[in-house]
Design a protein around this ligand. Structure first.
Ligand SMILES: Cc1ncc(C[n+]2csc(CCOP(=O)(O)OP(=O)(O)O)c2C)c(N)n1
Length: 797
């Protein structure tokens, strides 16, 4: 124990500050008038709809107040993450008490009128949500959807050596998969170059209506569990405030000392070896200091205190005195002056300036955001002398560009690549020429690319990768998440929450824009040659486009040069979620770099070199989006042009999927006039699409020519088979596309009928061939744009 920390006057003041935060929290849940209880409380002062979560709130108020003390004492650069963010009243109360709230929201002033507005706005129409929402200063984690606090905390401290994130983990939250795996983040933390996370497991024993598991295992088991995850747990347990203040203060001092010691040892001796970081288990009653028993039922210390512990309404007027007693138990007259301002001797307990957790710029990361140093992506161009040049696999080309992005920003330390063990598998091996995977567990001979410091973060948990990246972006840095397309669905819900965060923050003038969250989905649905059906699901983009158009972008670059151009754009963009889908297998390349830049800038366009409708109206539009659909479309076009040379064909490629939506729906959307001039108003459109076909219908249903759009895409037919057969199984292969065009073009007459018959025969031959030889027919494997024979019409069946 240290001198002043426990001087009785200080402890009393700290208790008073805690009471003030608790008073403001109860006030937010219940009151819309009479904020200082200057008059006897009546039902007229109580809100009609009582909403909010009391249970977690007093514990979080306790933690926040104690953190304030150590921030001041040790001049800590600290932010607060509220895992159970439904304890919104606590973070609002504390940022109000420390002054940041009123600085941002002038009308919520530090006087009686401001208090009344503070109380009224909470969970009130037109007011603020009941969570640690984006509106709350100091928050980078809304916490509405439980499970991500610890990953966010670690993301925030990577490359942030001075930062300490105090992360309150709910004991219910700790039961979620993402949180359970996040304890392992300590094996990825470099004590020299990264900051520290202080987890505070809030063991208040209950969830909404159940006990929590961690509260019902023995103390020894819990201790062993946390030790097993590599932490040193410090237990703070009890309910009697004086003793709890003393224990918490002493524990926080010890823990902060330990963090400093660890960092000092590592930094002074250049030794990044994984330390055993301290953490706190705070075992305090749920709904602490609230009503103990109501209508004969125990409330404090039970699940019944989770939300509003005391109903107060015209139907329950007998509870009004209980509410008044509860509020008065905090002795507001000792806490606030006659004008409603926190008394100055208490206000002094909060840190000042940007040391206040609500004012720390780390929690408004756009303030700290610095542009990436970008190499010129054109320098990484794949040479395309003629369309169809054989490429090595698009992501392999991209890897060299990302390698140099990592290299150029090494000294800024503000760029990282995240992935669940797939950076190599997704074709980005070149990145490891410049950096390693950050890994702070032991290594053995034959390990590759593992080091205590590296730009690549890999753990086999998509949740963890997403959470880390979000925390990294929210604190003002840049990054990219590379993932198998099928398994990105694991983070559907996390994407939802981040997209919501972006939408809300873009409406808050004081929140600065952050770098976009970039997904690179490689190893996609069409090329699962060795994994098959389980690895095939292109539906993430269906999910993504549900979100507000202002924040989501979807790109389907058809080749490597387009991929380079798109990724360059995404890494420079702000406040979006960008989804980019690209292949890693050797594939034909269509556009030389300048053509690729033009095409990607437009986002959609006619490929003139593949079309022959320049001097006439097209008979058919062959459209495509995605690398494999583009290949099959061009192969189909070559068959049509060779065998039905009279046909006028227009080829359209879509890189930016949002171009298809009307302008009124998405900022990238084409006007109806532009859409009509591309897709015509009355000609058949055969559209080969990377993902589930209905998405194209959903995006275009209002367009004039929608009735003529025939979309082929993935329709959930998959297995281990050849690349071409995968398209055949889903009727998206070149032969089906041609047959589709013939069906829509009666004018192809007998020629069309005969061609169709030949193609049907080729499909039969295709099956026979792959069954016998286990690979695609030579005419498929060797097909090239511009080759003399688009298909082998003469071959026997
Ligand atoms: C992923 C997720 N599942 C379910 C819920 C619904 N929910 C809200 S609060 C809560 C209990 C939380 O318990 P705990 O984390 O211990 O928080 P505290 O007891 O401190 O309120 C649940 C299940 C949620 N918000 N998020």
């Amino acid at each position: 124990m240290t001198e002043n920390a426990f001087a009785p006057e200080l402890l009393q003041k700290m208790d008073a500050y805690w009471r003030a935060a608790n008073y403001l929290s109860v006030g937010q849940i219940y009151l819309h008038d009479n904020p200082l209880l200057k008059e006897p409380l009546t039902l007229a002062h109580v809100k009609h709809m009582l909403l909010g979560h009391w249970g977690t709130t007093p514990g979080q108020n306790f933690i926040y107040m104690h953190l304030n003390r150590v921030i001041k004492k040790h001049d800590l650069d600290m932010i607060y993450i509220s895992g159970p963010g439904h304890g919104g009243p606590a973070v609002v109360a504390n940022t109000y008490l420390e002054g940041t709230y009123s600085e941002i929201y002038n009308d919520i002033s530090q006087d009686e009128a401001g208090l009344k507005r503070l109380f009224t706005q909470f969970s009130f129409p037109g007011g603020i949500p009941s969570h640690a929402s984006p509106e709350c200063p100091g928050s980078i984690h809304e916490g509405g959807e439980l499970g991500y606090s610890l990953s966010h905390a670690f993301g925030a401290v990577f490359d942030n050596p001075t930062l300490v994130v105090a992360c309150v983990v709910g004991d219910g939250e700790a039961e979620t998969g993402p949180l359970a795996t996040a304890w392992h983040s300590n094996k990825f933390l470099n004590p020299i170059t990264d900051g520290a996370v202080l987890p505070i497991l809030h063991l208040n024993g209950y969830k909404i209506s159940n006990p929590t598991l961690l509260a019902r295992i023995s103390r020894e088991e819990l201790d062993a569990l946390l030790c097993g995850y590599g932490w040193t747990p410090f237990f703070v347990e009890g309910h009697e405030p004086k003793m709890m203040h003393e224990t918490m203060a002493a524990t926080l001092d010890a823990v902060v000392e330990q963090i400093k010691q660890i960092q000092h040892n590592a930094r002074d001796h250049g030794n990044p070896a994984r330390p055993r970081w301290p953490m706190i288990v705070l075992n305090s009653p749920k709904g602490w200091t609230g009503p103990k028993v109501v209508d004969g039922q125990q409330i404090e210390g039970t699940f019944r205190s989770h939300q509003v512990p005391l109903s107060v309404s015209a139907q329950t007027p007998q509870h009004l005195p209980l509410l008044e007693q509860w509020l008065k138990s905090y002795r507001p007259e000792e806490l606030f002056d006659a004008n409603g301002r926190l008394k100055s001797e208490l206000a002094q307990l909060a840190p000042s300036g940007t040391r206040r957790m609500g004012a720390n710029p780390q929690a408004n990361g756009g303030i700290l955001l610095r542009n990436l140093r970008m190499p010129d992506f054109r320098d990484y161009a794949f040479p395309v002398a003629t369309p169809g040049a054989a490429g090595p696999g698009d992501t392999h080309v991209l890897g060299r560009f990302l390698r140099d992005v990592a290299k150029l920003n090494e000294s800024q330390r503000n760029f990282r690549i995240f992935g669940p063990d797939e950076t190599l598998s997704n074709g980005l091996e070149a990145v490891f020429e410049a950096t390693n995977r950050q890994w702070n567990a032991p290594t053995v001979a034959n390990d590759e690319f593992l080091a205590p410091d590296g730009r690549v973060m890999e753990m086999l948990s998509e949740h963890q990768c997403e959470g880390w990246l979000e925390g990294y972006l929210l604190t003002g840095r840049h990054g990219l998440f590379n993932c198998y397309e099928a398994f990105i669905h694991i983070v559907d819900s996390m994407f939802n929450q981040h997209a919501k965060w972006l939408k809300v923050t873009s409406g808050l003038p004081w929140r600065r824009k952050i770098a976009s969250l970039n997904y690179l989905l490689a190893s996609h649905v069409w090329r699962q040659d060795h994994n098959g059906f389980t690895h095939q699901d292109p539906g993430f983009i269906d999910h993504v486009v549900n979100k507000k158009a202002e924040v989501v972008r979807v790109y389907l670059p058809p080749d490597a040069n387009c991929l380079l151009s798109v990724i360059d754009h995404c890494l420079k963009s702000r406040h979006y979620v960008n989804v980019v889908i690209a292949g890693k297998h050797p594939a034909p390349q269509w556009l030389a770099m300048e053509a690729a830049v033009t095409h990607c800038t437009e986002g959609i366009g006619i490929w003139q070199w593949a079309s022959n409708d320049q001097d006439a109206e097209p008979d058919v539009v062959m459209a495509c989006a995605g690398d494999v659909p583009t290949l099959e479309t061009l192969a189909a076009v070559s068959i049509l042009r060779q065998h039905l040379p009279e046909l006028k064909i227009r080829v359209i490629n879509v890189v930016d999927l949002m171009k298809l939506q009307p302008k009124t729906e998405h900022p990238h959307g084409l006007s109806d006039a532009d859409f009509d001039s591309l897709f015509t108003t009355n000609k058949p459109v055969i559209f080969a699409f990377h993902a589930y076909p209905w998405l194209i219908h959903r995006l275009t249903y209002r367009r004039t020519n929608h009735d003529n759009m025939h979309v082929r895409g993935y329709k959930e037919e998959g297995t281990i088979t050849t690349p071409f057969d995968m398209t055949v199984l889903n009727d998206m292969d070149r032969f089906h596309l041609v047959m589709d065009a013939i069906d829509r073009l009666p004018r192809t007459g007998t020629q069309g009928v005969y061609l169709k018959q030949q193609l049907e025969n080729r499909l039969i031959e295709h099956k026979r061939y792959i069954d016998q030889f286990g690979q695609d027919m030579p005419e498929i494997r060797n097909w090239k744009w511009g080759s003399a024979n688009a298909f082998d019409a003469a071959a026997p069946v």
